[in-house]
Design a protein around this ligand. Sequence first.
Ligand SMILES: Nc1ncnc2c1ncn2[C@@H]1O[C@H](COP(=O)(O)OP(=O)(O)OP(=O)(O)O)[C@@H](O)[C@H]1O
Ligand SMILES: [Zn+2]
Length: 563
Amino acid sequence: MNSESLTKIFGKDTVSKIHSSKVLVVGAGGIGCELLKNLVMTGFHNIEIIDLDTIDLSNLNRQFLFQKQHIKKPKAVVARESVLKFNPNAKIVSHFASVFDEKYDLDWFRSFNLVMNALDNIAARRHVNKMCLAANVPLVESGTAGYHGQVSVHFKDITCYDCVPKPIEKKTYPVCTIRSTPSEPIHCIVWAKNYLFNTLFGVPEEEEPSPEDNAEEVSNLKKEAEALKQMCESIGKPDAAVKVFNKVFSADIKRLLSMEDLWKTRQKPIPLEFKKVKEFKQADQLKFDQTVWTLEENISIFLQTIDELGKLLLKERVKDPKYAMSFDKDDELALNFVTATANLRAHIFHIEKKSRFSVKEMAGNIIPAIATTNAIVAGMMIVLAIKVLSNQKDQCQYSFLAYGGDRTHYLMNEPLQKPNPKCAICSNNYVTITIELDKPLSALVELLREMNIDGDLTIQDQHRLLYDIDFEDNLGFSLSSLGIKKGTQLTITNDDDEDSKNYSIIAFIKEGEPSVEYGELKPRPIVEPVINDNGKREGSELQHKNTKEILIIGDEFEPISLD
Ligand SMILES: Nc1ncnc2c1ncn2[C@@H]1O[C@H](COP(=O)(O)OP(=O)(O)OP(=O)(O)O)[C@@H](O)[C@H]1O
Ligand SMILES: [Zn+2]
């Protein structure tokens, strides 16, 4: 869009902000490609892109800055080249790297007016959130999953990305459903992937008898372990596939049938007797992927894949006797095995069979990425970016795309919230401490005292305690000998008599003439420890009133020794 049209839409002042702002885009995937195109088309022309990945065939359907000839090339580099075609005069720098790299330090983050996340994982989002808080740079955050999406904005005094705890969604199924009474396709897929694949080719899950198991159950488990051992020993040998077939689809099912109580309210499974089948020859890739295989095809593919995976396993074990495979949805052979195995089990238990395509989705917990959702989200990110940069922060809102249920609207907005006072990330004070690294740790303590940080001090580097009232051994050692270098983040807390003078500080270390850069220090929130039913503290990153308990609960910490 030319300057004139942009001025008509946004006004002169906003356009000048757009022109003068330097923006960082983290992630050049589904959202990132849309976002980069939007940024350049809106007139942003000072952009840096960082992405650690290379282009894969599966990205091309939605990551439209990439084409077939770009496969295996770095996303950041190709995204830059493609987006420059929209505005050849734009200044765009690409970084084929992880945003966690030490090179991307506080000074680098400070060089931007705005950071925009287009990531796919919480760890990287949390890292960028922390760096933006420390650098005092606003962050526009985004995410999509199928038809769902959200865009939020985080800056000083407004909810940070970590203010709202992120649920870790991990779907689990009761063991007995998976092992004995499956009733849905996913139960058979989980059994094929987590149980049979791991037992035969990976690291099998140990099943220890529990104290409640009676003698008969313990003896059954022992027998089962012995049978499994025999089955695994045959892997890679010519008769292995038939042996496994007979055990898991016939003998084991007959054993389940003998537990009559299981079948009082359920349809009984029907054991599958082994019969020779025609060798399966794959002709049409699309059909192979998208249609449900016949019983004969499933049997044939099951036998073939056990053979092939077994041979691969033996080959690797010559080099490394402990070699174990792990299921990867993109490994054709492993996926074929899991599809055929799950379908044979589904057949036995009268459950619907699935195509290889569906099994891949379900086994890889994949929610299909939808280009339209990415496009809407990337559009909303630009709206927020413009509001933040043109000082209309009070007009910023969170936006959600939510689909299904009894919702009447697809796009919803919510006002921004104040920070969560208990947030372990934004309740920190982020400061920069410049110091000569050949100075002893005591020099750092002196600098902290000059900041009026009184009471008992605790200084910690990642997981190590460097100093506290009961551990003064390191005071005489130079900072560099303690492993402190440029970019090191130290966690510093103090325990003063007055709660309002207790702080939690994340100090970024720089080398040079001693000085400290910090704003007005805010006191550390007081959080009472949460005790669970076993009398232990719940895992939590929140800090406690007593500095001695400030370390991330659950993490071991050891004083470092230098001898
Ligand atoms: N630590 C990181 N540093 C830099 N880039 C990252 C980091 N973590 C993830 N990314 C990038 O963020 C992008 C997220 O995009 P997207 O969600 O579309 O993922 P994808 O891997 O391209 O697609 P899919 O997962 O659907 O195959 C990816 O290109 C990924 O490489
Ligand atoms: Zn927060």
